[in-house]
Ligand binder design. Sequence first.
Ligand code: ATP
Ligand code: MG
Length: 374
Amino acid sequence: MYLKSLHIKQFRNYIDQEVNFTAPKTMIVGNNAQGKSNLLEAVLLLATLRSHRVSKDRDLVRNGEAIGEIRAVCQRSPESYPIELMMRMRASGKRTLQVNGVNQARHLDFLGNLNAVMFSSLDLDLVRGSPESRRDWLDTVLIQLEPIYINLLQQYSQVLRQRNALLKSIKQGQIQYEPQQMALWDAQLVTTGTRLIRRRSRLLERLTPIARTWHQSISGGSEYLEITYVPKFLFSPKDTIENIHQAFFEAISQKAIIEQHQGTSLVGPHRDEVLLTINQTPAREYGSQGQQRTLVLALKLAELDLIESVIGEPPLLLLDDVLAELDLQRQDHLLNAIGDRIQTIITTTHLGSFDAKWLNSARIFQVENGKILP
Ligand code: ATP
Ligand code: MG
């Protein structure tokens, strides 16, 4: 996967900026708040249609402007034709997506043209942060591996929103609780929710052995990593759909009274957890910050490997300000995994804070106040 050029207009703090990527590694160097993360965010948006930092397009469009735009030319392999991607976003929230100048009405038809793995300091939350960051991580990987997943996510969140609205009206006494009406929403929550649960859990089954191998190799130890998907009911990845549905329904009915009391849905993939354990100890309680960083690095390398094996081409790697936080041994692991095979865009405030080996085959840009200079 190659990103050949990027052209962003009225996006974040950029007005109109084109960048050509001519080397396997691109370094973006700049002080704080100049636009380093914004540039990587633009690339990630084309790969996942999601930002890892915000959920509203209003925040992505340059302040005071109505429309922002990201264009990119990319290529799956040296032999394949270049593809032009365009994403136009509006402060109002409506998006236009194009592939080679042709409008794509469905997100699913736009996805899959560019694949990328982002590794930013926000990812340290994967171990220490809330369950939401782990769910988001799974969702971002799944959107790239099976673009249909973005539809499944939308269907679920629509059902969830409506079910929550109903529960809220019941709580506020605006409407009466009617078992039949609620049962309809329960059924939809269970059907659409189970699709997410099964896909997330299957993803972890594939990701875990790869992450475990990386983790052992980086830590140089015999630490045993396990990653488990934990819904709000008893669950095994081998359960049949019928069994999952039944367990899901039972959990909902057990929570029925509390849900009406709180006015919100308490069971479903929007509440699920991803359990990371090392030698059977929860990873957040295990070891030092450095050891937790090793774990996150292993997760990211596993993500990279898995996307490559499913897609057949290595994804882009976006390293946002994380290199300096890794010691030289971990930097070496990462560098060896990347080689010159994986196109990598790296942001940093100081070139001096990481090993000089990174600069081989690298092109360096400066970023200053939303302008990129060679
Ligand atoms: P750091 O080293 O601190 O991570 P950075 O170079 O990664 O900095 P970015 O996050 O890319 O910084 O850019 C931050 C700048 O972009 C801030 O000055 C912020 O005010 C500005 N910015 C963010 N969103 C918008 C927007 N919608 N319109 C205009 N400016 C924006
Ligand atoms: Mg940044």
